[in-house]
Write a protein that binds this ligand. Structure first.
Ligand code: MN
Ligand code: MN
Ligand code: MN
Length: 275
């Protein structure tokens, strides 16, 4: 049984609509799926009836950006009430920060003689939430970089010329709101923040102290050593484990549910009684 509790749709910076994403998950034999768009739960409404048709168990999800010692740390919420006022208020505030960040990124790129990037990224996002992923695709399409990752490495990533530090909420606030709405708080992709092991342990310690419940230990693009390391960190900090591909678009390396068979370790799936 495959479980994928981290992926994106056109409601944020994914390229598949919520319906397309659920159908793809069903084809990949994902039995339990959470759509975790950046700071929005807007994809759920469209995804729910399709998930019922396809026999996929759909879990409410969101990926909240937070600020921690100058790093952008992502906290996933799972299985919460999407209409809870604390959650809708936080997401509205986050979406406003995201929009101002996008405008500021556009201004920084214009100084690098890349004109109209905000408008192009905004158009790409459609009705959805605009993110750096949209800027990355604009830069690829214009031939400025070859791969989306290169757009982050050269322009959009931390310390690069079009990086904008954003006023995200704190880790504590994200956790508190997820719990108020009845959900489980998960530290997303701990291996992707380029933190030293010392800082990673500090992050996990503070996440746990703030009431954080789980961390993603299973991804679809990790070596056996990386996986073992993350599983041992979860055990060390007494966190439940979670699993997610962080799928954004069809491609060669990342696929919904890939490598995400339910393991024996106690995971959010046991805790929430999904299996
Ligand atoms: Mn993204
Ligand atoms: Mn993330
Ligand atoms: Mn993500």
């Amino acid at each position: 049984m495959k479980i994928d509790l981290h992926c994106h749709t056109t409601a944020s910076d994914g390229t598949l609509s919520p319906s397309e994403l659920v159908k793809r998950a069903a084809l990949q034999q994902v039995a339990i799926l959470a759509i975790t768009d950046h700071d929005t739960t807007a994809g759920l409404l469209e995804a729910q009836p399709v998930a019922e048709q396809e026999g996929v168990r759909l879990i409410e999800g969101v990926e909240i950006s937070t600020r921690w010692h100058g790093f952008e740390i992502h906290i996933v919420g799972l299985g919460f009430d999407v209409t809870h006022p604390a959650m809708t208020a936080l997401l509205t505030q986050q979406q406003a920060s995201r929009e101002s960040r996008a405008i500021a990124i556009g201004e920084k790129l214009a100084k690098r003689r890349i004109e109209g990037a905000y408008e192009a990224a905004r158009t790409k996002a459609g009705d959805g939430i605009v993110g750096r992923g949209h800027f990355a695709r604009v830069l690829v399409e214009r031939g400025i970089v070859r791969q989306p990752q290169a757009a982050f490495d050269k322009y959009l990533g931390k310390g690069q010329s079009a990086y904008v530090a954003t006023q995200w909420c704190s880790i504590e606030e994200a956790i508190s709101v997820i719990h108020q709405a009845g959900g489980v708080s998960v530290l997303a992709h701990p291996g992707k923040y380029s933190l030293s092991n010392k800082w990673l342990r500090k992050l996990l310690g503070e996440f746990k102290a703030a009431g954080g419940m789980a961390m993603e230990a299973l991804g679809c693009q990790q070596s056996p050593d990386q996986r073992r390391f993350l599983l041992s960190l979860a055990e060390e900090h007494e966190l439940l484990i979670s699993a997610g591909s962080d799928f954004h678009q069809p491609g060669r390396w990342i696929e919904l549910g890939r490598g995400l068979q339910r393991p024996e370790q106690p995971g959010v799936w046991h805790h929430l009684g999904w299996v």
